[in-house]
Write a protein of this length. Structure first.
Length: 296
């Protein structure tokens, strides 16, 4: 199968590319820089030069493919709303390119904001009355689905972990280094689902090869790891105290990241596992923290 992947050199997308190629698929990756293009070429991947803002490049990549996997997003939080708007336009454009072809589009989302505070399943949709959050790829996916495109959604865990991670866990580690303490909010019982990067990549492949039309899948290997336990491992490795923060102390320690540090977002992947035969085999988040995030 010829697969066009956005975000092909990113944390998740690069693992998806490797997984697809190992399974015998032909992959074309979107590259927005010469360095990204060179990295793809060295990995044996065809290149579609462009970006999420370059809608013509998206149309060309999708038109030449049997399926599209969308993993790209600009995580610059200083212009998050603008980046969310770019993503909506990109998904809409990819959908237009695939409309009427019967070819599949896989869109990347997340489990964290679907229904905080209770166990989320694949059947759940985000509460329309919930606090506004600029990024909503599932709404864009639904609009594309309404035009007759075969769309599936993969919801990632808040922590997609592994060696080389530059996501949420490294942010928490960096804040602990900066403040000389590893912190959690309140009692620290709020839960983060986790999935190893390689397990997530395998899920994308299975969704592509076996997925049903208009399906939602959860890339969740662990339903919820208490944030206090994450902070505990970090504190031990950095040899700094592990402390509870709240109110002004929470804002002082976590800043813009406070919303994520206190979110309680347990999620199930039972339906995903049953439907696709997905069985995560890589280390869990705490075990991975012990071996992949601190120099030996």
């Amino acid at each position: 199968m010829r697969v066009f992947v956005t975000g092909a050199t990113g944390w998740v997308g690069s693992a998806v590319v490797e997984e697809l190629r190992a399974a015998g698929h032909s992959v074309t990756g979107l590259a927005r820089s010469e360095a990204a293009a060179a990295a793809l070429v060295s990995a044996g991947v065809a290149v579609q030069c462009g970006s999420l803002e370059d809608l013509d490049s998206l149309r060309a990549g999708a038109a030449a493919a049997d399926a599209v996997v969308h993993t790209a997003f600009n995580h610059d939080f200083s212009r998050f709303a603008d980046n969310a708007a770019v993503e909506r336009s990109a998904i809409d454009t990819l959908g237009d390119a695939l409309a009427g072809t019967g070819r599949q589009l896989i869109v990347t989302s997340g489990v964290a904001l679907i229904a905080p505070g209770r166990l989320v399943t694949e059947d759940d949709a985000r509460d329309p009355n919930a606090e506004h959050f600029p990024r909503d790829p599932e709404a864009a996916a639904a609009a594309v689905t309404a035009r007759g495109v075969r769309v599936s959604v993969i919801r990632l865990s808040p922590s997609v972990h592994g060696k080389g991670d530059h996501g949420f866990v490294p942010i928490v580690i960096g804040l602990a280094r900066e403040h000389g303490a590893s912190a959690y909010v309140g009692d620290g019982n709020n839960r983060w689902p986790g999935v190893h990067r390689l397990d997530a990549a395998r899920l994308y492949r299975l969704a592509l090869e076996r997925g049903a039309e208009h399906a939602v899948y959860h890339a969740v290997a662990e339903e919820g790891v208490p944030f206090r336990e994450i902070a505990g491992v970090i504190g031990r490795h950095l040899n700094v105290p592990v402390v509870s923060v709240s109110g002004d102390g929470m804002d002082a320690h976590f800043g813009w990241f406070a919303r994520f540090a206190q979110i309680d977002a347990p999620a199930s992947s039972a339906q995903t596992r049953q439907t696709l035969g997905w069985n995560p085999t890589e280390p869990g988040l705490l075990a991975d923290l012990e071996t992949s995030y601190f120099p030996s």
